[in-house]
Design a protein around this ligand. Sequence first.
Ligand code: FAD
Ligand code: ZN
Length: 467
Amino acid sequence: MPAVLDRLREAVGAAHVITEGDRSAWERDWRRRWHGLSLAVVRPGSTAEVATVVRTCAAAGVAIVPQGGNTGLVGGGVPDDSGTQVLLSMQRLNRIRSIDEANLTLTADAGCLLQALQQAAAQRGLLLPLSLAAEGSCTIGGNLATNAGGTQVLRWGNARELCLGLEVVTAQGEVWHGLSGLRKDNTGYDLRDLFIGSEGTLGIITAATLKLAPLPAATTTALAACTTLADCVALLTLARQRLGAGLTGFEVMGRLALDLVARHFTALPRPLPGAPWTVLLEQSDTEGEAAARERFEALLGTALEGGIVADAVVAQSLAQSQALWQLRESIPLAQAEEGLNIKHDISVPVSAIPGFVERADAALQARWPGVRLVNFGHLGDGNLHYNVQAPPGADGQRFLDDEEHAVNTVVFDEVARCGGSFSAEHGIGALKREELAARKSPVALQMMRAIKAALDPQGLMNPGRLL
Ligand code: FAD
Ligand code: ZN
């Protein structure tokens, strides 16, 4: 092993091969569910250095775990506890390579923070329409490796739909120069789409070209209180009819989710207290704020008259809009404060959501009376974070250890009955590997294993994750 470390030091500089001291920032995941031990944390500073690191590890038979911002929620970016895997941190690859205003594209290193890219685009009057609560810490490479979703998918799609080209270091340590700003390129198998969502198991994404859009003249938000989830879905249909492509966000928050925010973030406002369901709507407009607000008011007026909505507020300023978003984005943090919980990141057709929640709630309450269902998410694209927290006063760790498998079975069986997915946007990682093996069709699994064997025959790219 030491010989490998010497060669890695030669490749990236001794200061960037970390083998001592506290490495928990890299070795422990955001949820604090996994804490591994790496052979070394290696921090290359360029694509060429990444390629040298991969070739060095391949020659020595050492496995590599790629990591961006370490905000992943499925245990895919931290090493196992063997002390034999190299943790390849992408944080030093953080250069924006170019912005092409006429082509509406941005090309950047994979280790750039998502927020830094959003800001760079905004400075040119452009929008990078990928947005998630972890944007201040996650990297674009991690976003593409997990095909991240977030809050604007209903309008702009997942990370996959925003990516035009990739630069990748293959498992053999070769560089695939697939950066491209083309919207049309039908020249065979789509290798780009193979690496997007591959969670570091096929190669290392070192750079990407992303689609941009003109920055809207105004972005406004509104909050609506609904009595049932069916009303929330009816509001979505109405909002789509009235706002068309201007509707860029449609998030739902269950009462319990907002109760947790109120308990753990006492300074945040709670504009519509007590509503069983609260919807956060976002509208992006080319005309300006006053016009957008007027459209929101007309839409919500119709919804109030029709009885779909019980109460509503329209943000009157950017600060108010931000405060509404902060409510939504504080839910995962409030849940973490409340204790460990069983997280689900599921999707079903939007039309099936009310029935899914009703049946899953009933089945869980029947088996675990008092269990708390902290339900929130991206209703506009059919993705719920349907999280299960132990009954009040119960030990969260114990509930997780003893009941996770049984709870998952109840939830995922119901998801399957609705034609949904047990992993909508967070990926598979270490957490849902067995679920994938059990629930994905055998034909699909066979093709996935064939791809893995063809691109990574030594099995050294993020082993034990995904497949
Ligand atoms: P990491 O956590 O470092 O890695 C994630 C996976 O990608 C790992 O398997 C890793 O090996 C691999 N990987 C990372 N970089 C590369 C690379 N350059 N090449 C190859 N493989 C790589 N996710 C959503 O989709 N939508 C949300 O709304 C959302 N909200 C979140 C809110 C909070 C508060 C938090 C903590 C997380 C949230 N997430 C969300 C999950 C997470 O932010 C995303 O999965 C994000 O895309 C991960 O990026 P990262 O840079 O942190 O990747
Ligand atoms: Zn989400």
